[in-house]
Design a protein around this ligand. Structure first.
Ligand code: GTP
Ligand code: MG
Length: 329
């Protein structure tokens, strides 16, 4: 089973009891994944036209439909092989059966990945948010602050993107919206010095969470990637266990480029988990599966829309159910 740290679930389940329920969380997944779900149901729905027997062409079309939604060759092949096996054994025969099999296979694949649940309740958790330009780092930092504040936790934000003045203002807006303290400096300051100040302040004031927003950087820019390593070193000098998590935000519409980004950041920034953003804006949400299959990196959160509550802890069951609904029936 995927071991999501229990505090993440607490964060969301507590919210649930106060304001929402599992059904409405599922509706966020459903709405956010609508484009991918529609593209899947269109492409798979048209494959079985009559009562004819399934053949190689059926399987090729099924595989192409899955690859078209960015599930990746490996996951798509596994699902199609499973479909073939089940059809040959007479267990399945309809489009509904295809959807159900794919749904179950995907849940099984996603649940196979384990994560190091090293984040704790009752002490400071330092989260470093990294990623390429425009991938959703600042918005995600703000949405995480929103989520944890609603759970009654104390959250500090640190504007370590000192590259763009607008970035500090953007984070300050989130701090205001979520009623969180923000540490910032002048534009052009060393991001590591902002991180250092924020670390000292969050520790002294016994915050539950410190979320560090960083500047966007292309994974190909060596100097900027080394800047991240320096930040990590400075942070760990203040607290040997920090950062407790390094989360890479990836724009879900990036396709295979997302896989390349993940690889580079994994190497230099010590990424411990992924946040797939903007899933609502793409018909290729299968990338969530492809990226977990390719690297042993768990998807921790998914961005399913523009609203603060649209950042959700990743739930394989809800994800697969939202994608493989039998809408055509
Ligand atoms: N629809 C949608 N939009 C999102 C999501 N996450 C982020 N965005 C939008 O994506 C755009 C870029 O987000 P930012 O948070 O500024 O990205 P960033 O990585 O901080 O950008 P830089 O700091 O410039 O590297 C903004 O317009 C956000 O509103 C999401 O899950 N869904
Ligand atoms: Mg930003």
């Amino acid at each position: 089973m995927l071991e999501i740290p229990c505090w993440i679930y607490y964060a969301i389940r507590e919210n649930v009891s106060q304001r929402r329920n599992v059904k409405s969380i599922f509706s966020i997944f459903q709405k956010g994944l609508q484009k991918t779900a529609t593209s899947i149901s269109r492409s798979i729905g048209g494959i079985l036209t009559g009562k004819e027997a399934w053949n190689e062409s059926t399987y090729e079309k099924l595989k192409a439909a899955l690859i078209g939604a960015d599930f990746g060759v490996s996951a798509s092949t596994r699902i199609v092989n499973d479909l073939k096996d089940r059809y040959d054994r007479g267990i399945i025969k309809t489009t509904d059966d295809i959807m159900e099999t794919a749904r179950n296979d995907i849940v099984a694949m996603l649940n196979r990945k384990r994560i190091d649940a090293s984040l704790k309740e009752g002490s400071l958790n330092v989260i470093l948010i990294v990623g390429v330009n425009g991938s959703g780092k600042t918005t995600t930092a703000g949405k995480l602050a929103y989520l944890w504040k609603n759970d009654g936790k104390t959250v500090m934000l640190a504007a370590c993107d000192t590259f763009r003045a607008a970035a500090v203002e953007q984070l300050k807006l989130w701090a205001k919206k979520t009623d969180c303290h923000v540490i910032s400096s002048n534009s052009g300051a060393d991001p590591s010095s902002v991180a250092f100040d924020a670390m000292q302040s969050a520790m002294a004031k016994k915050y539950d969470f410190l979320i560090l927003d960083t500047a966007g950087r292309q994974h190909t820019r060596k100097g900027l990637m080394e800047e991240l390593s320096k930040m990590r070193r400075v942070i760990s000098k203040v607290h040997p266990e920090a950062p407790h998590a390094v989360w890479l935000t990836i724009d879900a519409s990036m396709g295979t480029n997302a896989l390349i980004q993940a690889k580079e950041f994994l190497g230099t920034a010590g990424v411990t988990g992924l946040i797939l953003t903007k899933l609502d804006g793409t018909g290729k949400g299968g990338i969530v599966v492809a990226i977990q299959e390719e690297y042993n990196l768990p998807v921790i959160f998914v961005g399913l829309g523009e609203q603060p509550e649209d950042l959700q802890p990743f739930d394989p069951e809800m994800f697969a159910k939202a994608l493989f609904e039998s809408r055509h029936a």
